[in-house]
Write a protein that binds this ligand. Structure first.
Ligand code: ADP
Length: 458
C-alpha cells in the first residue's frame, strides 16, 4: 500500500446527485463527500459534478462563481464552481429547469432528469478539456454515465478515463444498475456482507469478477464529538461519561423529556420498509416498558407511513409524555445531539448495504443495537457472542445484535442492552469508551478504493 500512496496523483471525478451537507437525502450524500475528502487527503485530485438544485444548502458553499455555459441537447447548461467541505464542486444548471423543482428526488421524471444530468456531466468534462483518470458514478441516478461514456465519449479525448460504479442500494433502479454493471470497468458496493448477499442477483451475478465490497467510512471531522457546535460539552474517550451526560440533559431539555438518569434509546432513520418499521415500533414500546426513554428522528417519503407515525407520536406523547419523543422531520443538527445524548442507537434494518448510523453512533460513544445484515453485520460485534469474529478484525466487541425479523429478535438484543445499562454502569461506561476508540473512518477503506482505481487503469 505504501507504494500506491507514493504513486503520482490521480484525477478522480465523481458524478453524483447527492452531496452532504448541501444536498443530502441519505448515506449516498455522506459517502460522496467523505470518500472524496479522504482520497484528496491522500494527495489525489478530486472534483465532484452535482446538479445545481434550487434547494441546495448554499450557506455551505464557499466561493461560488459562474464558470462557463455550454449548449447540450438543445438546452443551455450553466456551470458554477464552488468549494464544499474543502472539495471542488462543479454545479450543472440546465436552463430547462430540470433542477428547479424544490426537491432532489420525487419529481415524476427523475429518470429523465438524472439521465440528462449524467450526459451533460460527460459533455462538460469533454468541453472543459478535463482528462480524469477515474470517473466514479453512484447508484441508478448517475449509472447512465457508464454506458454514455463507453458509447459516445471514448473517442473524444476523454479516452483515458476508467469508469467505477458504486451500488449504494440495489433496491433502487435495478434495471439501470444491471446495464451499468456491464459497462463499468470496476464496480463496488458498500460492505463485504452486502456484496455477498446480492451476488446471486441476476444484475450482479454475471459481473462478479469486477465486483468488490468496500466498507464505507465516516468523516471524523464532520462527526466529531470534540469539535461540534450542536453538543454542549466537547468530549473524547477520556471524558465520554461527562460529555454524554451533558448531551443527554441537553437533549431531554430540548425535547421536553424528563431530566432523569434513564437508558435512552435513539433512532435516526428514513422511515421506509428497508429500515424495519415494525421492529422500530416494537422497540419503542419495549424500551418504554423497561423504563427507558426513546427519541426517534425520522421522516417517511411515503405519506401513509408518515401519517402512521404522526398517529403513533400523538399516542406516545400523551401516554408517555416525559419519556418518548418522535420528531418526524429531517434535522441534521438534532441528529448530532441524539448521537451524543443517546446510550443506544437502534438500527433494526431488514437489509442494510452498509449503514452509517451505527458507525456515527460509535464515534459518539453510543452503543449500536442492530439486526445482523449487510454492513451492520460487518461492523457490529455482539458483546456476548462475537468476540472471536471481532478479534479476527483486530477489534473488541462493540454492541448488541440479533437475527430474525420479528419482535423476539429485537427483544433479545434490546433487553440485553438495557439490562447491561442497569446492571453494571462501570462496565457500560467502559464499553462507550471502547467503541469511541474504534476507527470507523475512511483511513482503511480509502486505501481500498485507491487500489481499486489503480486496478481499473491496468
Ligand atoms: P440510508 O442511506 O439508507 O438512508 P445510511 O445509514 O447509509 O442510510 O445513512 C443515513 C444518513 O442519514 C445518516 O447520516 C443519518 O444520520 C442521516 N439521517 C437519516 N434520517 C435523518 C433525519 N430524519 N434527520 C437527520 N439525519 C438523518
Amino acid at each position: 500500500l505504501g507504494g500506491i500512496v507514493k504513486e503520482p496523483p490521480m484525477h478522480i471525478v465523481h458524478v453524483a446527485v447527492e452531496m452532504a451537507p448541501i444536498a443530502k437525502v441519505g448515506g449516498l450524500g455522506d459517502v460522496v463527500t467523505s470518500l472524496s475528502r479522504a482520497v484528496q487527503d491522500l494527495n489525489h485530485n478530486v472534483d465532484i459534478i452535482l446538479p445545481k438544485y434550487d434547494c441546495l444548502n448554499l450557506s455551505n458553499v464557499k466561493d461560488l462563481q459562474f464558470n462557463r455555459s455550454f449548449p447540450w441537447g438543445g438546452v443551455e447548461i450553466k456551470v458554477w464552481h464552488g468549494k464544499v467541505e474543502g472539495l471542488s464542486v462543479y454545479f450543472l444548471e440546465p436552463q430547462n429547469g430540470f433542477f428547479w423543482r424544490g426537491c432532489i428526488y420525487g419529481c415524476n421524471n427523475d429518470g429523465e432528469r438524472f439521465g440528462f444530468f449524467s450526459h451533460s456531466a460527460l459533455e462538460f468534462l469533454l468541453q472543459s478539456g478535463f482528462h480524469p483518470d477515474i470517473i466514479h458514478c453512484h447508484d441508478w441516478s448517475s449509472a447512465p454515465v457508464t454506458w454514455l461514456y463507453k458509447d459516445h465519449y471514448t473517442h473524444y479525448g476523454l479516452s483515458k478515463a476508467r469508469i467505477v460504479f458504486t451500488i449504494h442500494n440495489l433496491e433502487f433502479g435495478a434495471q439501470l444498475i444491471g446495464k451499468a454493471m456491464a459497462y463499468a470497468d470496476k464496480a463496488t458496493t458498500v460492505s463485504q456482507t452486502y456484496s455477498k448477499e446480492v451476488s446471486r442477483n441476476p444484475v450482479i451475478a454475471p459481473h462478479l469478477h469486477k465486483f468488490h465490497g468496500i466498507l464505507n467510512g465516516i468523516d471524523p471531522d464532520i462527526w466529531d464529538p470534540y469539535n461540534n457546535k450542536f453538543i454542549p460539552v466537547p468530549y473524547t474517550p477520556e471524558n465520554v461519561v461527562e460529555g454524554k451526560r451533558a448531551a443527554k440533559e441537553a437533549l431531554q431539555q430540548r425535547l421536553n423529556l424528563k431530566k432523569a438518569d434513564l437508558p435512552l434509546v435513539g433512532i435516526i432513520t428514513r422511515l421506509t420498509h428497508q429500515k424495519g418499521i415494525h421492529l422500530i415500533k416494537h422497540a419503542i414500546w419495549r424500551s418504554l416498558e423497561r423504563n427507558g426513554q426513546v427519541v426517534l428522528l425520522g421522516s417517511a417519503p411515503d405519506p401513509r407511513i408518515q401519517n402512521d407515525f404522526v398517529n403513533l407520536a400523538n399516542q406516545l406523547h400523551s401516554s408517555h409524555a416525559d419519556r418518548a419523543r418522535l420528531v418526524l422531520s429531517y434535522d441534521e443538527p438534532l441528529s448530532h445531539l441524539i448521537y451524543a445524548g443517546a446510550d443506544f442507537i437502534l438500527v433494526p434494518s431488514i437489509f442494510e448495504p452498509c449503514g452509517l448510523t451505527q458507525l456515527t453512533a460509535m464515534r459518539y460513544g453510543s452503543i449500536p443495537v442492530v439486526r445482523k445484515t449487510g454492513g451492520l453485520y460487518d461492523t457490529v460485534f455482539d458483546v456476548d457472542h462475537d468476540k472471536v469474529r471481532a478479534q479476527a478484525q483486530g477489534l473488541e466487541p462493540n454492541g448488541f445484535n440479533f437475527d430474525g425479523a420479528d419482535s423476539a429478535g429485537v427483544d433479545y438484543a434490546l433487553n440485553r442492552a438495557i439490562s447491561a445499562w442497569y446492571d453494571g454502569r462501570e462496565w457500560f461506561n467502559s464499553l462507550c469508551k471502547r467503541v469511541m476508540e474504534q476507527d470507523w473512518s475512511w483511513n482503511k477503506p480509502a486505501l481500498d478504493y485507491l487500489e481499486l482505481y489503480h486496478a481499473a487503469r491496468k
